[in-house]
Design a protein around this ligand. Structure first.
Ligand code: ADP
Ligand code: MG
Length: 573
């Protein structure tokens, strides 16, 4: 997986008694063909006409049995399809060179059956050898004739004629042909009868629709889906193998066609030349656009040409001298195809529904496990479900009581409850900060320390000294209000107390130093940068806070500092 691989290109020569030994020579390793063309004497003695070509291939099959052809060309790709790799095996070549013989084979003689029936046999045999997997096989048979799509299996009783014409649809999973019937086959015999049905339809259509079967492209597709019976059932693999019998590649000029035949030849020439263009683009590393949509053939094979598939091209050629022109052109196509690289990769899919079901099962099991643990450790029944509003309100109340000092401890029940306790601490803290600030605002006019205009206005009325401290303010820090540190247990007085005098002097000694209960701790309340000015000279903060205590729950926030600190009306932040 992940390694680049060249398209495999084989050549099969149609057996003949009239083989052009002088012109066609195979390399010693049977992996190349040399073509030698006699000089065209009509063009004169001196001409630059090329007469020799050499084509490197993956194998030349001469007088090879159907069995050997299958072993050489298709076996590996089919076997890898069962492991999740898509594959395409394509027969290319001029009409009569043996494409259909290679692909379908001689229907009257079992021994001469072609790649299609052998591939189906291999698939079912391999499925039998893999009892660890549940593998489903489906097949479809598509024919493309004059740029129209035909379902060769549409005659089956349960398919019925397609109302809307078939269309090629692209989705994230790949290409699929809307309207093409796909048939589940649970055994080899079913698959064979489908293949037979398709072949029959191909012949019938050639008579009734006056359609020459060698002028159409046929794509037989085997789709596989494998689920492991032993490992996780969430993951499964899918693959498809396309077995393509292309239309004859002979050139238009040679056929001297007219009318219907000309039309067919034009379509074939176009689609094969678009196939070639797509292949050239695939073979060119610098090209990022491959023109797949130019023809039905390339569009239908978009996810099966190059890409992540195993690709095999079998070029069928004649061995006779008379066909050498076409043979040359077919071999050129084969060598271009060989330049294409693919990156075969397993098509792994995830079954989301099954994953959720499995997780639910796992969760239920873990809950049971917890219940067993609880009962073994003599814990009363603990609920591990997410908390509802009532339970959250109860935790909020516990936290408040804990902060007030009326509750000594919050019992730990489970992780979810611990998290909620912390959460409610934060909720209560932020509420109390707001409450304190609004209480202060009711009593004092707050001036932002950065608001110099306001400060100078206040200074003008001589409420503030030059340093920005309010007149009579010890150091702007020692106001006995703040957030009690967590280390200080609510409701309990701190062990050491400082008199207001002490605080004034200590703070004065070290500017900026703050006691745990100093105004500095108010940073979080975002009022620390604010000067507090009593809105009434007689305002007694202690009284005010005492009142607040009755109406709200701010008292845990009121410092543990000696209450005396609050007495002086001018002792403010
Ligand atoms: P194509 O599909 O390329 O037009 P066919 O497969 O129909 O060509 O072959 C044309 C004829 O040649 C058929 O009668 C076929 O049986 C025969 N033929 C082709 N290749 C072979 C082969 N390797 N061995 C025996 N007969 C062959
Ligand atoms: Mg044919």
């Amino acid at each position: 997986m992940g390694t680049r691989k060249k398209v495999q290109a084989f050549v099969r020569v149609r057996p003949t008694d009239d083989f052009a030994h002088e012109m066609i020579k195979y390399g010693e390793d049977n992996k190349s063909i040399d073509i030698h063309l006699k000089k065209d004497t009509r063009r004169g003695v001196v001409n630059n006409q090329q007469t020799d070509w050499s084509f490197k291939l993956d194998g030349v099959l001469h007088n090879a049995s159907q069995d050997l052809v299958y072993e050489t060309v298709a076996k590996d790709a089919v076997s890898q399809a069962l492991d999740g790799y898509n594959g395409t095996i394509m027969c290319y070549g001029q009409t009569g060179a043996g494409k259909t013989y290679t692909m379908t084979g001689a229907t009257e003689n079992y021994k001469h059956r072609g790649i299609l029936p052998r591939a189906l046999q291999q698939v079912f045999r391999m499925i039998e050898e893999r009892p660890t997997h549940a593998i489903t096989v489906r097949v479809s048979y598509l024919e493309i004739y004059n740029e129209n799509l035909f379902d060769l299996l549409s005659t089956l009783p349960y398919v019925g004629p397609s109302v809307t014409p078939m269309t090629i649809v692209e989705n994230p999973q790949g290409i699929f042909i809307k309207g093409l019937s796909v048939h589940l086959t649970s055994q080899e015999e079913d698959a064979f009868s489908l293949l037979f049905e398709g072949e029959t339809n191909r012949i019938i259509a050639s008579h009734t629709m006056n359609k020459n079967s060698s002028r159409s492209h046929c794509i037989f597709t085997i789709y596989m889906e494998a689920h492991s019976r032993t490992l996780s059932d969430e993951k499964y693999i899918t693959s498809k193998i396309n077995l393509v019998d292309l239309a004859g590649s002979e050139r238009l000029s040679k056929t001297g066609s007219e009318g219907r035949v000309l039309k067919e030849a034009t379509y074939i020439n176009k689609s094969l030349s678009f196939l070639e263009q797509a292949i050239i683009a695939l073979g060119d590393q610098n090209r990022d656009h491959v023109p797949f949509r130019q023809s039905k053939l390339t569009h239908a094979l978009k996810d099966s040409l190059g890409g992540n598939c195993n690709m095999v091209l079998l070029t069928n050629i004649y061995g006779e001298a008379a066909q050498l022109d076409e043979t040359l052109s077919s071999l050129r196509f084969a060598s271009r195809m060989k330049l294409v690289t693919t990156e075969p990769a397993i098509n792994e899919k995830y079954d989301a529904e099954r994953m959720v079901k499995n997780l639910e099962k796992e969760l239920a099991l873990l809950k049971q496990e917890l219940a067993i643990h609880d009962s073994l450790s003599n814990r009363t029944l603990v609920n591990y479900d997410p908390m509802d509003e009532i339970q959250i309100a109860e935790i909020n109340s516990q936290v408040r009581r804990y902060l007030e000092g009326t509750l000594d401890e919050i019992d730990i029940i489970n992780l979810r409850q611990i998290q909620e306790v912390f959460n409610q601490f934060r909720v209560v803290l932020s509420q109390q900060e707001q409450e304190v600030e609004s209480a202060l605002r009711r009593k004092y006019t707050l001036i932002d320390k950065n608001d110099f205009a306001a400060i100078s206005a206040v200074q003008k009325v001589e409420l503030m000294d030059i340093e920005g401290n309010l007149v009579g303010e010890p150091d702007g820090q020692s106001f006995g209000l703040g957030v009690a540190p967590f280390s200080v247990k609510p409701g309990k007085k701190p062990k050491t107390k400082k008199t207001p005098k002490d605080q004034v002097s200590s703070s004065a000694r070290k500017e900026g130093a703050s006691s745990p209960v100093s105004g500095k701790d108010f940073d979080v309340a975002s009022i620390s940068k604010t000067q507090l000015i009593p809105s009434s000279k007689d305002g007694d903060l202690k009284d005010m806070l005492a009142r607040e205590r009755e109406t709200s729950s701010i008292e845990p926030l009121i410092s543990d500092s000696p209450k005396e600190e609050l007495r002086a009306p001018s002792t403010i932040i």
